[in-house]
Structure formats: C-alpha cells, structure tokens
Design a protein around this ligand. Sequence first.
Ligand code: NAD
Length: 431
Amino acid sequence: MTMPDAQLTEETIFTWGAPPLKFGAGASDEIGFDLAQHDVRRVLVITDPGIARTGIAHRIADALHRYDLTAEIFDGVHVEPTDDSFTKAVGYATEQGPWDAFVAVGGGSAIDTAKAVNLLTSHPGELMDYVNKPVGLAKPPPGQLKPLVAVPTTAGTGSESTAMCILDVLSMKVKTGISHWRLRPTLAVVDPLLTTSMPPEVTASTGMDVVCHALESYTARDYRTFARKKPEERVTYCGANPVSDLWCEKAMTLLASSFRKAVADGANDVDARMDMMMAATFAGMGFGNAGVHIPHANAYPIAGMVTDYVPAGYPPDEPMVPHGQSVSLTAPEAFRYTFPAAPDRHLRAAELLGPGAEKLDDPAEQLPSVLVDLMRDIGIPNGIGAVGFSESDVPDLVPGTMKQQRLLATCPREVGEQEIADILRKSVQNW
Ligand SMILES: NC(=O)c1ccc[n+]([C@@H]2O[C@H](COP(=O)([O-])OP(=O)(O)OC[C@H]3O[C@@H](n4cnc5c(N)ncnc54)[C@H](O)[C@@H]3O)[C@@H](O)[C@H]2O)c1
C-alpha cells in the first residue's frame, strides 16, 4: 500500500460513529442502573402524549426511581416536531430545570425533541443558531451536552443512534434539521417489547423509513468519490462505505423476513417485532453515517406542504404525511433513476429485500417492483396523489427538494430540478 498523498483530491477516509447500545426484551427496565453510572440525580423524561397514554414513559420513570434518581415526565412532544414545539419543550425544561440528564421515550419525534432540549439547555443561543444552513446559522454546539439516553418505541427512524434532529420550520413551510456529532445520544436502550403497542399504520410507516434508510445508504455515492476534506470539514454523512454497507445489508434481510408480519400481527408476533427493531437499529447505524438521498430529500416538501391528508393511526384532526410515508412515496421512481449509477447494488438490494421475487426482463425494474409489492401489502398510500398532491403541485414541491443539498450531494447520480420534477410527476401514482 502506498501512503496517502497530501495533494490527493479524492477522499480516502470515512468515519463511522454510533452510541453504545443495550438491546433486547426488558432492556428498558435496566435504565435506572445505566443512568446511575453517569453520576446524575435529576432526570427529565421526554415523550409524546400518545406514548404517555400507553404507560411506557411512567414505567421508565419508575425504573429510574428504583435507583434513587428523581425523574419527571414532559409529555408535550409534538408528533413530527416543529420550531414552535421544540421551543415549547426547551421552555419547559428551562423553567423546571436544571436537569442532570435526559431520557427520550418515543419515536423520532420524542428523541429529536430531547436532542434539541439537551442542546439548548446545555448551551446559550437560539434554535436557529444551530439549525442547518441556509435556514439557520449551523453553528456547532460550543461544548459537551448532558447525558441523553434514547429509548425508541418505534422501529423506524434510528434517531437513537444518529447525530441529528429534524424539525418543521412552520413560517417557511420547510423541514430541516440540526446535525452535529455532539447531538448523538450517550446510550441507546432498544427494547423491542416497547413496540408491540404500535398501531399497524404506524408500524407500516415507520418500517418504510427503515427500508429507505437501508436502501438509500446502500446506494449512496461512494465516500471515495467526494472531494478530499480537511479534518475540520468532515460531515456526519460521508457516503456509502464498507462499514455502513454491512449494517444496511443485514437490515434488508431482517425486513424481508419480518416487516409484513409485524404489520399484520404486531401485538402478538414478538419475533417479528424483535427483527424490526434490530433492522431499525442496523439501518440507523448505516444511514446515520453514509447518508440518504432522493427519497428523503423529496420527503421534506411532501411533509411540509401537506394540506388536508389525515393518516389513520396517527393523532386525529391534524393534517400530516408521516415521515415514513413521505420518504417512501417517491422511492420506487427514485431508484429507477439511480439504477444506472450502481446496477449491482440495486440488484443486490432487491434480492435482499425481496428474496424469491420474480426476475424481471428489465433489471432497472427489479428494486422498484420489490418496493411496490411491499408497499401495497402493508397499506402505504399509492403515491403522492394519495396524500393530496397532483401533477400541478410538482413545480411547488421541487424547490423544497432542491433545498436539501446536504442529502442530494449523497445521490449516486447527478440530480437537478428537471430530474426531481420528473421523479415527483411519475410518483403521483406508484401502481
Ligand atoms: N433524527 C433522525 O435521525 C431522524 C431520522 C428519521 C426521521 N426522523 C424524524 O422522526 C419523526 C418521526 O418519528 P417516528 O416515525 O419514529 O414516529 P413518531 O415519533 O412521530 O410517532 C408516531 C406516532 O406513533 C405513536 N407511537 C410511537 N410509538 C408507539 C408505541 N410503541 N405504541 C403506541 N403508539 C406509539 C406516537 O404517539 C405518534 O402518534 C419525524 O419528525 C422525522 O422527521 C428523525
């Protein structure tokens, strides 16, 4: 092997990070012991009203009390958080604080809110100081945050292992995030038994987020094709790399065997719930480092510009396109577009996610076909048309996708306004 040349223009380095993990049935009962190791006394448990109603957050607080920790519950997380809801949660934590540590109990909404609360109660500044450019100033957190233990109750976002949190900026009708390695939870406590109460529609949507994390990371641009960075320029998403690939491949295998079962009988099929939680964790370890591309970039305007679609299984009376639905609706068409950039990877992904699927004459159709079969079986809406958009909305959606340059940079094929418009138009109906 030759030594890397300081003049090299192509990247030779990738990075990979994840928090320590405690995984398995009953893992959440041990959380008191785990937090007590961090020399903390006063802990705020952050959750949403739906999870609070299941009793999960109270069980976690009791597990903390058993180790003489003081635990209080904030159950005001907004499902799919916004700048307003982050600010309210930070306001509550500041008024009732100080806290020595935080425990997030819930899906991505609760975990992301807890990351923002941790950041903004550990350091001075306004939310927009830290939000990604161009919406915010993208300032790095000035120092260490407090311990945050993430306890996911959905098999979905992988937020328990990622270094970002996502929010809807209401005034701008745009979804964006804060992304910095300091946001990564201190510990992920992943207990599949917490997911048995998830309604089938939430299981389907959050599981599609896992599918897209694995597929987009696996087909992301290779880390070696980026321009070489200085150490201080390195970003969390570094492109497909051998370590992320492993996690993504394993996630796809688990999804293939258990996703349909978890949707059909998730209250009883604990084995399927175990596999789905493992898949979500693995995909989080993949995409949280490699990155995602077109389907996730399109999800931002699809979710941000919803008008009156109210999904079953989610809080009533509030129009929203749940994150997992919004990422999957353009996925079949996106992978048709990216196929020529990495045919082998698309075919391998189709094989892992749909073992035994009929071999099609056109190889570019294999992955979209496996995806569409899965989406139909688990009740995902049929395209962006089914959540309230038509072809005439496409010109309004495109700028929202193009703002996600951080994600589009990871796309394995050059993509501009024309291509995104084409993908959105062809995704009005997927089957
Ligand atoms: N930070 C990241 O890395 C990352 C990655 C992907 C998505 N996200 C964000 O995460 C959010 C979506 O999170 P999500 O898909 O996990 O869902 P969620 O947290 O929004 O929860 C969805 C619904 O399911 C309910 N629910 C959750 N777990 C339950 C359980 N065990 N039993 C009964 N009901 C339950 C909740 O009360 C809520 O009504 C979005 O805001 C998305 O942008 C973050």
